[in-house]
Write a protein that binds this ligand. Structure first.
Ligand code: ZN
Length: 298
């Protein structure tokens, strides 16, 4: 099974151990037993080509699958022509950086509040995304998957339905399913396997089985209020969900090969490892349950 677990950006521990450059991250993650890294461009794409290419080499040398998180400043729903141009720039620059480093996926927030007319805002987001994709194609960047993320606040564009609809714009647009955000936006509804299955089924019926199989996932414990997401927590704070076990069971049952990126606050790599251990436990149990004729684990 080609399932990947990794970190969004660099854990506090990475710096506490004296590391400074993200170029060390692929080796550091591999040493921990992880195999994915989401490089953070959330405050702007400032990465230079040489650095990006070096990071790509490091990642390949250590068998780490790369993705990029695009800037928070993206606002696909804006009516301001200047913000529109900036939004396009952020996305194109992120795609270029992904191309340099050999990253497969660029995650982005659709951006902007939903406003009074949510449907109109969503339509503007779709239109601008179509425009950006045209420019990306002209630059030969269409081999990189662009992944709008499900958002955690009720008043933000980026509900599951909105994200799935955005993904119908082009073949290389796929959803980034942030289960922590979906848990927060639904006031903690992800409590059992059925609730996780419901999300996967929705993705599948909107975008097909293959999209579910290769799903890009964000997973972390999220604290929420009535308005949705308040703060990303860590697995050390036991009161915050969602639990990873139901998703692990579904990944095995449905033979999925997702990339699971953990965005825990300061412990993104350590918690990715917690999720990987849960997955391995569930997998080993399911092999046991199959009895002596079960195929050997890979
Ligand atoms: Zn995000």
């Amino acid at each position: 099974m080609d399932i990947k677990f990794g970190a969004a950006g660099n854990s506090n521990l990475f710096y506490e151990q004296g590391n400074k450059s993200s170029l060390k991250m692929p080796a550091w993650l591999a040493e921990m037993g992880l195999n994915a890294y989401e490089y953070q461009c959330v405050r702007g794409v400032r990465i230079k080509e040489e650095f990006a290419r070096k990071l790509g080499e490091e990642a390949r040398a250590h068998n780490i699958s790369l993705s990029i998180h695009a800037p928070y400043y993206i606002n696909l729903a804006t009516e301001d022509p200047q913000v529109k141009e900036k939004t396009k720039g952020h996305i194109i620059k992120s795609l270029r950086a992904a191309h340099w480093m050999g990253a497969l996926t660029v995650v982005m927030h659709p951006g902007g509040g939903a406003g009074k007319d949510r449907a109109a805002a969503h339509q503007r987001a779709k239109d601008l995304l179509t425009e950006v994709l045209k420019e990306a194609r002209e630059e030969g960047l269409e081999h990189i998957r662009l992944a709008p993320e499900t958002m955690g606040k009720i008043n933000q564009l980026g509900s599951l339905d909105e994200i799935l609809d955005l993904c119908t714009v082009a073949e290389n647009v796929v959803p980034c399913i942030d289960f922590g955000h979906l848990h927060a936006v639904t006031q903690g509804s992800l409590k059992d396997k059925e609730s996780f299955a419901h999300i996967l089924d929705k993705v599948s019926s909107a975008l097909g089985e293959e999209t579910v199989k290769k799903l890009h996932v964000h997973f972390s414990p999220v604290e929420f209020t009535k308005g949705g997401e308040k703060k990303h927590q860590t697995t050390l704070e036991k009161e915050f969900g969602p639990d990873f076990t139901p998703l692990a069971e579904l990944i095995i049952e449905r033979k999925m090969e997702p990339v699971i990126i953990c965005e825990s606050n300061g412990r993104q790599a350590e918690d990715a490892l917690v999720y990987k251990r849960i997955f391995e436990k569930v997998r080993d149990q399911s092999i046991k349950d199959l009895g002596p004729l079960a195929p050997e684990r890979s």
